[in-house]
Design a protein around this ligand. Structure first.
Ligand SMILES: NC(=O)c1ccc[n+]([C@@H]2O[C@H](COP(=O)([O-])OP(=O)(O)OC[C@H]3O[C@@H](n4cnc5c(N)ncnc54)[C@H](O)[C@@H]3O)[C@@H](O)[C@H]2O)c1
Length: 351
């Protein structure tokens, strides 16, 4: 059975979602909703089988509407998603789920109460390269994840209504949490606004996870380089995800240090720790795993449909959205305090 979908918000990102839902076999793109008459006209012509409207509330009253896809500005996510869940619709919300952990929690709870799918657009967790990295971590191939760092840099698309942390960093936070599966325990963030007062264009943040794993993220839309790269250093291997590369998204380095017990030290190498324990450097192969070239956005939209039909679970449900917003909220607090350490309460604990 096909899912009748309405895409709400036809600005920069919404049309990409409309394009995907328009061509996926399990979906019917039936409605397009935006406040702008120009955008309704433009996309109504591009997707002639869909009906255009500016009346979101009237749309929610329709019995033949199954699912709402929200690509509206972040401050509207909470109100629009809550209305849709209360109307009994499945909801896909673009990232981040909400502006505060309290609002995100309410949405997660509403979805559970109404038994509806609440799916958050954490696009990169549907990226085949991230899926492959996660499999490498889960299988133990990387060993323990010691630390990770990411760069999301470019010159442009700056925003006035959200800073680089909320606009760009949400991708890295969601990806790091998905990959490690670890509970973040404290965060810091420092940044500066150069283009608009109070909107940080550049942010450097850290996340410490339970067990000692740490991550650093560098975000900027005011940078000479276009970089989207994540490095994960494990106790056995290291892996780099470079999303700017067309055919080598992942590079795996069989490099690291090995602790050895007993015996004499290797000639020319001094014992690094105590008598009888040696730490030796290992530089093995470097290889490029094949990663399917599927569009992550298509996979993400397909997964939403599969969750509605009960064939799959979301990798980014309301609870995941809440965990990510809690980390961003802590980092924002640190930004406002000039970079101080902010401890995090586990997002799973009730408020
Ligand atoms: N996954 C990604 O990589 C990615 C990339 C860009 C943006 N996004 C997300 O997509 C969302 C939208 O971002 P954008 O850059 O497209 O914003 P945008 O401002 O370009 O577009 C938002 C649109 O929503 C419409 N809108 C606002 N309130 C509405 C309402 N009540 N009913 C109907 N329409 C309404 C506006 O008229 C506007 O056309 C944000 O959550 C953003 O974070 C995701």
């Amino acid at each position: 059975m096909s899912t009748n979908v309405a895409v709400v918000g036809l600005g920069y990102w919404g049309p990409n979602l409309a394009r995907n839902f328009n061509r996926l076999p399990g979906a019917e793109l039936r409605w397009l909703c935006d406040l702008s008459e120009d955008l309704r006209r433009q996309y109504g012509e591009l997707f002639p089988r869909a009906t255009v409207t500016d009346d979101y509330d009237a749309l929610l009253e329709r019995d033949d509407l199954d699912a709402v896809v929200l690509a509206t500005p972040v401050p509207t996510h909470h109100v629009l998603a809550a209305k849709a869940l209360r109307a009994g619709k499945h909801v896909f919300v673009e990232k981040p789920l909400a502006l505060t952990a309290a609002d995100a929690r309410e949405l997660a709870e509403l979805a559970e109460e109404h038994d509806r799918v609440l799916f958050v657009g954490h696009l990169l967790v549907y990226h085949p390269a991230v899926e492959r990295m996660r499999a490498m971590i889960e299988s133990g191939e990387l060993g323990d994840v010691l630390y990770a760092y990411s760069h999301r840099l470019n010159l442009g698309q700056f925003r006035r209504d959200e800073n680089a942390l909320w606009s760009l960093g949400v991708h890295d936070v969601a990806m790091l949490m998905h990959l490690t599966g670890l509970e973040p325990v404290e965060v810091t963030a420092s940044g500066e606004s150069y283009l608009h007062d109070g909107v940080e264009d550049v942010v450097f943040g850290t996340i410490r996870f339970a067990g000692g794993t740490m991550a650093h993220i560098h975000l900027s839309w005011l940078d000479p380089h276009k970089v989207r790269r994540l490095t994960v250093v494990g106790s056995s291997k290291m892996v780099v995800f470079d999303d700017m590369q067309a055919d080598r998204k992942l590079t795996v380095y069989d490099k690291g240090f090995t602790r050895e017990q007993g015996g004499d030290a290797t000639p020319g190498q001094a014992p690094a720790r105590s008598y009888g324990e040696y730490i030796t450097k290992r530089e093995g192969d470097i290889w490029i795993p094949r990663v399917p070239n599927d569009e992550p956005l298509r996979l993400e939209c397909q997964r939403f449909l599969d969750c509605i039909s009960g064939e799959a679970d979301p990798r980014s449900d309301g609870r995941d959205g809440l965990r990510v917003v809690s980390v961003l909220e802590g980092m924002q607090q640190s930004l406002e305090q000039g970079g101080g350490v902010v401890p995090l309460v586990p997002a799973t604990a009730s408020s």
